[in-house]
Design a protein around this ligand. Structure first.
Ligand SMILES: Cc1ncc(COP(=O)(O)O)c(C=O)c1O
Length: 440
């Protein structure tokens, strides 16, 4: 894919979530990106149907973000936010709190989605402890969930192949069933009408473990990495009701869904369900600098931030929490999202996007297509004896035709930057239709 003479030595780098030996045999090397396009080493442009890794929501190479990073980097490259501070961290937190729905008005900064999830879980424990309910230590995650790779996120996560090499993980975690049933939901556009009853499994888990042992339920509003599984209509509302009845916190992991992916700043708004904590990352800085955040309800903050004024209320944080350059990138990203009305743009494109995606139905080997917001999954029937091959071959052939998509098992996952145009959406599904039609 990339001219061999242009390649650096590839021995030392152990690549994350990559078939390292296969990659290094036939590497794909990128060297630049602007707007909706990446540029491969050698100069070929490819249309980005992935927003990087679900993160470059305002498109690539945005000048205002680059300028903000450069300016902040010249002014103050580093100061911690442990017992000292700098204005941008406070300003960015205020802006995020204003953007977040309801009483979600306190922000804890991290450096990634994984750290945001671990932080949210720890805040949930600390909240119950502060209220005198230290026995509430159990977490409820969900099958097929992806919450990152920290021990906390992996423990509440539900993707078996990610968990298997790593032993017992956190004790005291249980999982709701995932919400996907092919017979009931195939080719769904938006929230499937079947499946709200699956929220009742939370009642079953509460009967099993007792509410007094459960700290929090964590779900992705739309399960992303596992293959874009929109929630059944009414499911999230019912989870909220059950959590309220039993004093259990509800965490929405919005690492993918925040910042316009579903046509709103947060998925919580789209689904009309108010969580107690939101985790985010990715689009927080348009992918330009690593950063994450946990946005926390007032009641949780009030419960924890009390006691003697000179005590550290929450013994938690990261060297780079609220990093000045990351905050500058985040503020510039927010300015772009709001200034260019990208959340509204995403909402306005949703029907066009879904129509084009579902037009692939009927092509050979396609088992399912699911869409919501500017997200889509195209799932193949696995090739006998070769699971995952059809998706991988589709990804490589699409790349040869100038389109970047990503794979997960036997699925193609699509999440374009929100600046995508209709003709570019046509191009994406046109390339995919050609590639899939020729696939055996
Ligand atoms: C819902 C969700 N949570 C957490 C994460 C982990 O984020 P990171 O890779 O930044 O640690 C991801 C990453 O894709 C995600 O999709």
């Amino acid at each position: 894919m990339t001219a061999k003479h242009a390649l650096p030595s590839m021995n030392a780098l152990w690549m994350p979530f990559t078939a390292n030996r296969r990659y290094k045999r036939d590497p794909i090397m990128f060297e630049a990106a602007h707007g909706m396009h990446y540029v491969l080493a050698g100069g070929r442009r490819v249309l980005d149907a992935t927003a990087g890794l679900w993160c470059v929501n305002a498109g690539h190479g945005r000048e205002s973000i680059a300028d903000a990073i450069a300016a902040q980097s010249r002014k103050l490259q580093y100061i911690s936010t442990f017992q000292v501070g700098h204005p941008l961290a406070f300003e960015f937190a205020e802006r995020l709190a204003d953007l977040a729905p309801g009483d979600l008005n306190h922000v804890f900064f991290t450096n990634s989605g994984s750290e945001s999830v671990d932080t949210a879980l720890k805040i949930a424990l600390a909240y119950h402890k502060a209220l005198g309910n230290g026995g509430r230590t159990r977490f409820i995650g969900r099958e097929r969930a992806y919450h990152g790779t920290g021990f906390g996120g992996l423990s509440v996560g539900g993707i078996g192949v990610h968990r298997r090499p790593f032993g017992h993980l956190l004790p005291g975690v249980d999982h709701l069933p995932h919400t996907y049933d092919h017979r009931q939901q195939a080719f769904s556009n938006g929230e499937p009408s079947w499946g709200a009853h699956l929220a009742e499994d939370l009642v079953r888990l509460i009967q099993l473990h007792d509410a007094s042992t459960i700290a929090a339920v964590i779900v992705e509003p739309v399960a992303g990495s596992t293959g874009v599984l929109p929630p059944p209509a009414g499911y999230l509302k019912r989870l909220r009701e059950i959590c309220d009845q039993h004093g259990i916190l509800l965490i929405f992991d919005e690492v993918i869904t925040a910042f316009g992916r579903l046509g709103h700043a947060f998925a919580a708004e789209r689904f009309g369900v108010q969580p107690d904590l939101i985790t985010c990352a990715k689009g927080l800085t348009n992918g330009a600098i690593p950063m994450g955040a946990v946005i926390v309800d007032r009641k949780i903050h009030e419960a924890i931030v009390q006691g003697p004024e000179n005590s550290i209320e929450l013994p938690h944080g990261y060297t780079y929490s609220g990093h000045p350059v990351a905050c500058a990138a985040g503020l510039a990203s927010l300015d772009l999202y709001l200034g260019e009305r990208l959340f509204e743009r995403s909402a306005a494109l949703e029907t066009f996007w879904a129509d084009r995606a579902h037009a692939l139905k009927g092509l050979p080997n396609i088992r399912d297509i699911r869409t919501i917001g500017l997200l889509a999954a195209i799932e193949f029937e696995p090739r006998p004896g070769g699971p995952g091959q059809r998706a991988y071959e589709t990804m490589r052939k699409a790349l040869e035709k100038g389109l970047l998509v990503r794979t997960s098992g036997d699925q193609i996952l699509l999440s374009p930057p929100l600046v995508v145009r209709e003709d570019q959406i046509d191009e994406m599904f046109g390339v995919l239709a050609d590639v899939v039609a020729a696939l055996d």
